[in-house]
Ligand binder design. Structure first.
Ligand code: HEC
Ligand code: HEC
Length: 230
């Protein structure tokens, strides 16, 4: 009895101290050992075959990340991200780590869109923000849309190539700043769509929201014809 109790106390103490009991630390180690950085940047370091993940925990919910890592191809046809067939525990550790990626390195340090060569060009700067904070991961290259979103109206995330017709610049900045936490549902009785429009005002400064708006306004419907999708 005594030995049992001592064992329990010891096990508890060990699990409390050990780095291995921390899902975020385990997830970060998994991220390194699966070489996710081959395709993904985090904090400015990594490849560009896939999107920059520095703000992935802000733009995507843990529920979505779990569904995605279970099988990217089940959410979206013809993805170039492999299905890693993770064990449940590995997947939940990766989700715990990804959820911590809230943009700290960029927003509290060097913002990659604050290069000197982008300074005089709000549209190009806006494009860089669009890519790096990950608007592109939902609205696609150059705002051409078409990304699946189960139970959203039309089943897809909207195209942004014609926003200049529906919004003034101020309205557009406000829309991007406020986001849409509960996108319109196709079936009102069904679940909320897993992808929603984040409130970017929580992360981006006024001049950054304006630069993204300038970029969206510069997009023309003919831009939607280019086939450079992931
Ligand atoms: C061969 C390249 C490649 C590798 C390796 C890879 N990914 Fe991806 N990943 C992609 C691409 C491409 C996309 C974008 C797919 C799309 O949305 O069309 C993506 C999308 C994602 C997304 C969701 C999109 C977002 O940014 O909002 C997450 C999360 C993600 N990957 C995590 C991982 C993790 C974790 C690993 C390692 C276990 C990994 N990826 C390995 C190519 C890769
Ligand atoms: C996680 C996915 C996601 C990300 C990332 C995202 N959006 Fe959205 N966005 C949506 C969804 C979903 C809607 C539709 C909301 C609704 O139903 O009204 C939307 C709507 C919009 C609209 C309104 C479109 C219209 O026709 O009324 C604009 C503008 C917009 N997003 C811009 C952006 C910008 C700029 C960024 C990056 C700073 C961004 N979005 C990032 C999911 C996303």
């Amino acid at each position: 009895m005594r030995t049992g109790l001592a064992f329990l106390v010891l096990a508890f103490a060990l699990s409390g101290c050990s780095r291995h009991s921390d899902p975020v630390a385990r997830g970060q180690a998994m991220f390194a050992s699966y070489d996710c950085k081959k395709c993904h940047m985090v904090d400015g370091d990594g490849g560009t075959l896939g999107p920059d993940l520095t703000l992935v925990g802000f733009r995507k919910s843990p529920e979505f990340l779990d569904v995605w890592l279970r099988n990217p191809g089940a959410w979206k046809a013809d993805v170039s991200m492999p299905n890693f067939h993770f064990a449940d525990g590995v997947r939940s550790d990766l989700v715990a780590y990804l959820a911590t990626l809230q943009g700290q390195a960029y927003l509290e340090g060097a913002r990659p869109w604050d290069h000197a060569d982008l300074a005089g060009d709000p549209v190009k700067r806006g494009e860089e923000i669009y890519e790096r904070v990950g608007c592109v991961t939902c609205h696609n290259k150059r705002g051409k849309g078409g990304y699946p979103n189960i139970n959203a109206v039309g089943g897809r995330i909207p195209t942004l190539t014609a926003v200049a017709e529906g919004y003034s610049k101020d309205e557009l900045v406000k829309k991007i700043s406020d986001g849409v936490r509960h996108p319109g549902k196709a079936d009102a009785a069904g679940a909320d769509p897993l992808l929603y429009m984040p409130a970017w005002g929580e992360k981006l400064k006024k001049d950054e929201l304006e630069a993204v708006a300038d970029y969206l306004i510069s997009l023309k419907p003919q831009g939607a014809a280019s086939g450079d999708s992931w």
